[in-house]
Design a protein around this ligand. Structure first.
Ligand code: GLC
Ligand code: CA
Length: 574
């Protein structure tokens, strides 16, 4: 049996572009010429098969040397994203915030936190991204504000029933003196979803609702002033040129009006799919419809992607009906085990349900809220092998895909961070030492041999979380010239995805496949084979090998051997 290297086989496999690796693009300090920024003339449905890169701003690149990622850092690294081959970048919140939840506790929706830069930095970032043909999506956090938002201070100081008070959700407590929370709802980060207020005279008052941290009070979306304010916020950023929004907790704004008890404890985990009176209520869709009307009023194909933890793929599809949002992260896919039957089932159901409303599916394997998938898939060499195969599977599926920063480097979850550096409120509020999201938020390793791997300029200051020493082998610089590296695999897959007419939006057809294996074709002339099982699989060679996530053998002429956890893209000549 002959063996070709992963992702390689220059003669038969990935073609000339993989062997001639251009040099690693240097970060740029200043955009070339802002005044010359053209207005991009993109087709409307660009998002149906876009690959969008998620930047977790604190951890992507530090521009000013304080150890925390920022807008300048992102701008200097745009050439990297361009060369990687993604279509757009989603940037997590950079708004003024006390940072109790990494910026998802917003104190002012129309400004930039000094930690991350200025509005001028943001404008420069957008202009440079557009010059490079990259679109920019920003986070919209409508379910809750920070308790430091001017509105919350006003609400606490205001009389019951006043306009200022009604912007949040206050209720009297139960029990003789109101000492018990109004109902049994729980915070996603642990503990009750209610915190008691204190009246100006020092006596205990009503309770306010916070589905996340107590410093993140839920806004009252039955109040027209809240709706009007968010329309203004959306227009503020659209006018500044953003290409869309990632809507945080898009399933959360409307609560069951009766505030009915759930009836049991441990109600919800991050990205969970439980049916609850405080999530995924039908009336939330009306809000999304009103936002779609605003987006459609702007030129250039502005979009919104829902972070909706829907109980089922049917419920998820409702968020991407033609008059609602454009995309919705497919967390059912993210949560699927690495198992052929489970994957095939979730892929089929995703395509069917999204198809019912004419939407593509939006695939995702990792983000800043979950363990990195190298680790979820078993960690070590097996986890990496599976993550490589998973990348080729995801990028061959019909629809769009999100890539979380560092997955293209094969980063794993960092599980041994010094406890005193941890910041995630989920970890800080839970007795469970294994929970928490800091381990997927460690600053990205760019180059060099020691932490912070040039995440900060001159590499003098350490990043806000230290990177493991062995990431020296995983830096962008270390992998850039290596076609066999994870980065080499992503770059080549993204290049082929752009070029091959079968990839992106469209349909797939399953083909006969041995147990534990997924084989599907896409027209014109493309087949993807994935061995998800734990033994070698023999398959008739379907065509010319385009790209492989691992070594591919030959059993006999015309019969390929796929080792476990290996995906291969093939071109079929007609
Ligand atoms: C979303 C964000 C998460 C945040 C939560 C509360 O799920 O992705 O990071 O903690 O909302 O805003
Ligand atoms: Ca910084």
């Amino acid at each position: 049996m002959t063996v070709t290297g992963p992702g390689r086989a220059p003669s038969a496999a990935s073609g000339p572009a993989a062997s001639a690796q251009p040099t690693l693009p240097r970060p740029t300090a200043e955009p070339s010429d802002l005044s010359a920024t053209p207005t991009p003339a993109w087709p409307r449905a660009w998002w149906r098969d876009a690959v969008i890169y998620q930047v977790y701003i604190r951890s992507f690149a530090d521009g000013n040397g304080d150890g925390i990622g920022d807008l300048l850092g992102i701008r200097t690294r745009l050439p990297y994203l361009r060369a990687l081959g993604v279509d757009a970048v989603w940037i997590t919140p950079f708004y003024p915030s006390p940072m109790a939840d990494g910026g998802y506790d917003v104190a002012d929706y129309c400004a930039v936190d000094p930690l991350f830069g200025t509005l001028g930095d943001f404008d420069a970032l957008i202009a440079e991204a557009h010059r490079l043909d990259l679109r920019v999506i920003v986070d919209l956090v409508p379910n809750h504000s920070s308790d430091q938002h001017r509105w919350f201070a006003e609400a606490l100081a205001a009389r019951k029933g006043s306009a200022a008070h009604d912007r949040y959700i206050f209720r009297p407590g139960k029990g003789e003196c109101g000492e018990l929370p109004p109902n049994d709802w729980e915070s996603v980060f642990g503990g009750p979803a209610w915190t008691r207020t204190v009246e100006p005279d020092g006596t205990p008052g009503d309770w306010y609702l916070h589905l996340f941290d107590p410093s993140q009070p839920d806004l009252n979306w039955h109040d027209p002033a809240v709706r009007a304010e968010f329309e203004r916020i959306i227009e503020f950023w659209l006018d500044r040129g953003v290409d869309g929004f990632r809507v945080d907790v898009a399933h959360g704004m409307i609560k069951d009006p009766e505030l009915l008890d759930v009836g049991y404890p441990n109600q919800i985990t991050m990205l969970g799919s439980a049916v609850l009176p405080y999530f995924d209520q039908d009336d939330v869709h009306e809000i999304h419809r009103s936002w779609r009307r605003i987006l459609d009023g702007y030129p250039g194909g502005r979009i919104a992607v829902a972070e909706a933890w829907a109980p089922s793929l049917e419920r998820l599809a409702a968020y991407v009906r033609p008059d609602e949002l454009h995309q919705a992260f497919n967390f059912h896919y993210l949560n699927s085990p690495w198992d052929a039957e489970a994957l095939r089932a979730v892929i089929d159901r995703s395509l069917d349900t999204a198809g019912l409303v004419g939407a593509p599916s939006t695939w995702v394997l990792s983000n800043h809220d979950v363990r990195r998938h190298v680790t979820r898939y078993g960690g070590g060499e097996a986890g990496l092998r599976r993550a490589r195969a998973a990348a080729l599977l995801m990028l061959a599926l019909p629809g769009s895909a999100y890539v979380y920063q560092g997955e293209e480097l094969g980063l794993e979850e960092v599980l041994d961070l010094p406890p005193e550096l941890l910041q995630d409120p989920q970890r800080l509020r839970s007795p469970d030492e294994n929970c928490g999201r800091d381990g997927c938020r460690v600053p990205l390793p760019w180059s060099g041999s020691a932490s912070p791997f040039n995440f900060t300029p001159l590499n003098i200051v350490d990043g806000w979380l230290p990177a493991p020493a062995h990431w020296a082998a995983l830096t962008v610089e270390a992998q850039w010239q290596e076609p066999d590296s994870m980065l080499g695999l992503y770059r080549e897959a993204l290049r082929l995805r752009r070029e091959h007419p079968a990839l992106g939006d469209g349909a797939l057809a399953w083909q006969a496949a041995p147990e534990g294996t997924l084989v599907f074709s896409r027209e014109p002339g493309f087949v993807c084979t994935v061995n998800v099982g734990d033994g070698d699989v023999e398959l008739p060679v379907p065509g010319t090998l385009l790209l492989a996530s691992g070594p591919v053998g030959t059993a006999s002429p015309g019969v390929a051997v796929l080792p476990p956890d290996t995906a291969v893209w093939w071109a079929i000549e007609s």
